[in-house]
Design a protein around this ligand. Structure first.
Ligand code: S3P
Length: 422
């Protein structure tokens, strides 16, 4: 699998803030991560794309330069939200913008905490473009996340590098912790633990911090592997092994759910690589569902945060389970790259599945013989890839509109899929 997108964004930004030159190997090939690199270059960071990886000359935690033009984050929410955290602590003004989808996404969730830290942020009524007037040093804050979001947590921690004192983020449900792990890899002390309130956890950094350049080998992207794992799980006679894939506990909930539905998934050769767990995932298909249950597999509550990017794919898998699937408490899906609840419901219905839509999720009836159809991806990579998997299961031809959007996270997707499907 190509390098993990979430980890690559962090590796590039954190290397840019380090002192010294870092080498990042297996950097994500996604358009989202390319947008991060372009923004960093506009901020005065030198990046050389070599055959063995990216060579990033760090400028130090406070060393970015004011860009001449607004920064275009493309389709990438992670680029915009994490960079906002970085720019909050730089003593100049920057404008962050993006494509039509990104310009419709909610940013109040970062404007509020970064504003409390002393950055001045103007937006279009809580949406991009964002104009950030940074300040150094920032004020440290002790902040409880209102939305369960690794992007918001990361923005605050990255801003915390340029605050004077300890910045602490508390969350109700643990979200992916790649920022914490990458900061530690670059020599920053990150405190983590159980928060005062039952069930909550915190992460904290103390500024002003200084970071030391490192070599990073990015693990393969488990969220990209998920489409292959699902296809192998559902297609007769499959056997799939993906090596060097990231197995961070905050990202593998998808595998546990698929396992719960009766699939044989094994992890092998587990090891740590640059503070991230990696290993081999081995899947044998087809799915042998735990029969005799006609109640839908329920995915809700605290499980949602760890499955957020895989939910459309789980809905497709659910159409093949005896009892189907019900996903609730997933309102966040409506403000991703597209309204992923609406897009999944429409796609599955077009393929003959019985689906009920809720404001915060959906219910898909089980064991449906999917019918090939024309699917509107809404320019959303995860919708396009989820319905490519559905298309493999369906009778007849499936046509996915605007399928090139897969390059947002996984440009090699169709080529790789063709190479493993007979
Ligand atoms: C990401 C966090 C998630 C996820 C996105 C990548 C990250 O978003 O959906 O694809 O790299 O931190 P939220 O943190 O907004 O849930």
């Amino acid at each position: 699998m190509p390098g993990d997108k979430s980890i690559s964004h962090r590796a590039a930004m954190i290397a840019a803030l380090a002192n010294g030159t870092s080498l990042i190997r297996n950097f994500s090939t996604s358009e989202d991560c390319a947008a991060t690199l372009r923004c960093l270059e506009q901020l005065g960071v030198s990046i050389a794309r070599k055959s063995d990886g990216l060579v990033i000359k760090g400028v130090g935690a406070r060393g970015l330069r004011a860009p001449k033009e607004p920064l275009d984050c493309g389709n990438s929410g992670t680029t915009m939200r994490l960079l906002a955290g970085v720019l909050a602590g730089q003593d100049f003004e920057t404008t962050l913008t993006g494509d039509e989808s990104l310009r419709s996404r909610p940013m109040q969730r970062i404007i509020e905490p970064l504003g409390m830290m002393g950055a001045e942020i103007h937006s279009n009524d809580g949406r991009p473009p964002l104009t950030i007037r940074g300040r150094n040093p920032l004020r440290p804050i002790d902040y409880e996340l209102l939305v369960s979001s690794a992007q918001v947590k990361s923005a605050i921690l990255l801003a915390g590098l340029n605050a004077r004192g300890q910045t602490k983020v508390t969350e109700q449900t643990p979200t992916r912790d790649h920022t914490e792990r990458m900061l530690r890899w670059f020599g920053v002390t990150v405190e983590e633990g159980d928060a005062f309130k039952e069930g909550q956890t915190f992460a904290a950094v103390t500024g002003p911090a200084s970071l030391t350049a490192r070599e990073v080998l990015v693990p393969g992207d488990i969220s990209s592997a998920a489409y292959f794992i699902a296809a192998a799980a559902l297609l007769e006679g499959s056997l799939l092994e993906t090596a060097n894939v990231g197995l961070n506990p905050s990202r593998v909930a998808f595998l546990s759910v698929v396992k719960l539905s009766g699939l044989t998934v094994n992890f092998q050769d587990m090891r740590e690589q640059c503070n991230e767990p990696v290993g081999i995932v081995r899947v044998e298909g087809p799915l042998t569902t735990k029969e005799s249950t006609d109640t839908p597999l329920m995915i809700n509550g605290e499980r949602i945060a760890g499955l957020i990017d895989e939910l459309p794919l789980l809905a497709v898998i659910g159409s093949q389970l005896v009892g189907g699937i019900e996903i609730r408490d997933a309102r966040e899906l409506r403000v991703k790259e597209s309204d992923r609840i609406a897009a999944t419901v429409a796609g599955l219905r077009a393929m003959n599945a019985e689906v009920e839509e809720f404001e915060d999720g959906l219910r898909v009836a089980g064991r449906t013989r999917l019918r090939g159809a024309r699917i509107d991806s809404r320019g959303d990579h995860r919708i396009a890839m989820s319905f490519a998997v559905a298309g493999l299961l369906a009778e007849g031809e499936t046509e996915i509109e605007d399928a090139e959007c897969v390059s947002v996270s996984f440009p090699e997707f169709f080529e790789l899929l063709e190479s493993v499907v007979e």
